[in-house]
Ligand binder design. Sequence first.
Ligand code: DX5
Ligand code: ZN
Length: 242
Amino acid sequence: MLGVDVGRTTGRPHLDSADVSREPMIAPSLLSADFARLADEVARVADADWLHVDVMDAHFVPNLTLGLPVVEAIQRVSPVPLDCHLMITDPERWAPGYAEAGARNVTVHVEACRDARAVARDIRAAGALAGLAIKPGTPLEDHLELLRDFDTLLVMSVEPGFGGQSFIADVLPKVREARRRVDSGELTLIVEIDGGINADTIEQAAEAGVDMFVAGSAVYGADDPGTAIAALRAQAAAAMRG
Ligand code: DX5
Ligand code: ZN
């Protein structure tokens, strides 16, 4: 079983360092699903660790997807804990609502936050893990102190906004740095990567130190999403073992 409590068993609001192991976890991104059949699409990825839900507001990113009412509806039918990735301005105002809706992890972008610590506190108080996302061009070093108040770090490996883009390998040094600080005990985080993860790219991300792999088109574009999840997980596990 997985070493990280990603929400299937308890409602604990944050991670203990003992929880963080190096078993690969897969979070299919619903962005690549058929939005006309959301309940069916959620059911197709029942073997996933988390279900990644991209919330976009057409301000922080040039795309508009879905918001709280739809997340609440997905939460009611999902067998998998929700991982809400908020690509929105004013996360202070909106993020706690996603935690209250039952999401296991709520991630906000550091580039959008006025007071990221306060957002983390409010997300945790509402019962979810708190995640911090950084765009490909955002340095990690500037936010290391802040990460002490978060449970997950989402390293974007494409510019946020759209599925199906090409993986940006230049972000991998940030993953390695985060991994080093988690392994040394300085930070307690699930290291997550998002964008362009597929059979061709997952191994390099796994070697760099990712725990949680978001994959949209690679899962929902496959004939059988369950088989794609298992294959990605096995590939990542093999790469982690070296
Ligand atoms: C992009 C989103 C991603 C996207 C990933 O802004 O945050 O979660 O769905 O899609 P793929 O895996 O197709 O790159
Ligand atoms: Zn995402």
